[in-house]
Design a binder for this molecule. Structure first.
Ligand SMILES: NC(=O)C1=CN([C@@H]2O[C@H](COP(=O)(O)OP(=O)(O)OC[C@H]3O[C@@H](n4cnc5c(N)ncnc54)[C@H](O)[C@@H]3O)[C@@H](O)[C@H]2O)C=CC1
Ligand SMILES: C[N+](C)(C)CC(=O)CC(=O)[O-]
Length: 475
């Protein structure tokens, strides 16, 4: 599902939305009065182009076209999705939504990035309230999948359905908030932590660094994979949640928090916070910090993907939809992707162990093509690799795109032999080759066996096709 999106307000969040849509193949039309908007969005895009493709073990769709427009009216023309991301001021949101509605398609989704306003508040005075919905993302929008989707009684069910479908197709997780509430779900939680943290700084209890360490060395790591309640269920020991709530529930009455109070934002507190933050992170520019954050997020999300857990499960499902179906052909493209940062080593290039992964993925594509796919393996039959010879011919680095072409050089009885060629996509440089022999096995007996006739025929046909076609395609 791809189309045209209009981004109204191209700052931190609008820039992130621009990248999410563009890199998922949508055309994006931006309006932002800031004369620096194009450069700033360019910087966000360069981070996104580095980070997002690394999440996937296959290629993203070709990028859409990006354009900048001098007015809201021109930007929203023909757009199926309009994302409002102007500063968090109600009168500005109302004026912007009115200008959008004066020019846009009445059937388009108008999503607002608002961190805190309820959709019914945004809809006040709107020409078509039914078209407006809250779609609250998380920074960086191009990497974090969560979008809180909040409708009011006036939002059309068709707009809600379209919103969920479009966000899901871009690999995002639309979390539909059951009832509208100021600051939705996540910002309520974040605000409680933020308020407590400001108190601890104001009271001289902790520095920004110490508070960040308390999060990132402990519960921050837990929250990425299990959230609050599953984590606390485990913390109750074998008796689970009941023991946990009976033990720690009463502590909520004790003076552990100052929850509802807010420290007064005096100039003194503001300067203290800024000075502490400069001492903690002032040695890096914001862009350097963003790149560090993105590399860490990519590595963590890839680890979750490997486990099929939490946001990693979502990535796996998205990847399945992105992967093109392979058909028998003389020119068999068995992999196409970028080198993720966590595949590089101290030498600054892709580590030799990762080539094994690349050629294993290419071999799995061939297996699936001849019918030895996930269901086949679940039924108790598969192929094991018994021999490989890999030649490392040129270096490749994080972020570089490569393709693998495979020729089946032997396909008879229990054997499949593949010859893989891995090339850098930009200039066709041959990076590595791999000669790989696989043997068909019975997974219950863990012994070699003949594949069924139907698989056998497909392998033989593929081997014959590749023998008659000669070598692999020129780069
Ligand atoms: N920064 C964050 O962490 C998050 C912010 N949000 C929400 O996203 C929205 C935007 O916030 P940020 O991107 O952080 O702000 P920002 O200040 O980075 O960007 C706002 C952009 O809107 C532009 N703008 C100002 N007036 C405009 C107008 N009349 N028409 C079009 N563009 C206009 C500005 O030039 C600026 O580029 C807010 O509603 C905020 O609550 C949501 C999630 C996270
Ligand atoms: C601080 N904030 C309220 C703008 C934060 C958000 O809305 C979400 C986020 O990305 O943390």
């Amino acid at each position: 599902m791809k189309g045209t999106a209009a981004i109204v307000g191209g700052g931190v969040i609008g820039g992130g939305w621009t990248a999410r849509f563009l890199l998922n193949g949508w055309n994006v039309r931006v309006f932002d009065p800031d004369p620096e908007a194009e450069r700033k969005i360019g910087d966000v895009l360069s981070n996104a182009r580095h980070g997002l493709p690394m999440l996937y073990d296959c290629a993203l769709p070709p990028e859409g076209a990006l354009s900048f427009h001098p007015s809201i009216g021109e930007a929203v023309e023909g757009a199926e999705w309009i994302q409002e991301s102007v500063p968090e001021r109600l009168e500005l949101k109302h004026a912007t939504l009115a200008e959008i509605q004066a020019a846009c398609d009445p059937l388009a989704v108008i999503g607002s990035s608002t961190s805190g306003f309820k959709p019914s508040t945004l809809q006040q005075g709107a020409a078509r309230p039914e078209q407006i919905i809250v779609t609250h993302p998380f920074n960086p929008v191009y990497l974090l999948p969560l979008v809180e989707v909040v409708s009011s009684g006036q939002t059309a069910p068709s707009i809600l359905a379209k919103t969920k479908a479009i966000l899901g197709a871009m690999g995002m997780h639309p979390l539909v908030v059951r009832a509208e509430i100021d600051a939705h779900i996540a910002d309520r939680l974040l605000e409680a932590v933020w308020r407590e943290s400001l108190w601890m700084i104001d009271d001289g209890i902790a520095t920004t660094q110490e508070i960040d360490d308390a999060i990132r060395f402990g519960f921050g790591l837990r929250w990425a994979q299990m959230g609050l309640f599953e984590t606390y269920r485990i913390a109750g020991g074998e008796a689970g949640m009941e023991h946990f709530i009976r033990q720690f529930g009463p502590a909520l009455q004790w003076p552990w928090t100052k929850l509802m109070d807010v420290p007064e934002l005096t100039e003194e507190l503001i300067h203290k916070l800024v000075d502490l933050s400069n001492a903690q992170s002032g040695h890096m520019t914001i862009r350097e910090l963003e790149r560090k954050r993105d590399n860490n997020l990519v590595a963590m999300l890839r680890a979750l993907k490997q486990q099929g857990s939490a946001a990693g499960r979502l990535l796996l499902d998205h990847e399945r939809r992105l992967r093109p179906a392979l058909a028998p052909a003389a020119n068999l493209m068995t992999a196409r992707r970028v080198v993720p940062t966590d595949w590089t080593d101290l030498n600054g290039h892709m580590n030799e162990s990762r080539y094994g992964q690349v050629f294993s993925d290419a071999a799995e594509a061939v297996m699936a093509l001849v019918g030895a796919d996930e269901d086949y393996i679940a039924s108790g039959l598969s192929y094991f690799t018994v021999e490989t010879e890999t030649k490392f011919l040129a270096e490749t680095h994080a972020g570089e795109r490569f393709v693998v072409h495979t020729r089946v050089t032997e396909g008879a009885r229990k054997k499949i032999r593949c010859f893989h060629e891995m090339r850098r996509e930009t200039d066709g440089t041959l990076l590595a080759t791999c000669d790989q022999l696989m043997i068909h096995v019975d997974l219950a007996k863990r012994r070699a066996c003949e594949p069924p006739e139907v698989v056998q025929q497909k392998i033989e046909a593929l081997a014959a096709l590749h023998a008659s076609a000669g070598g692999l395609p020129d780069a």
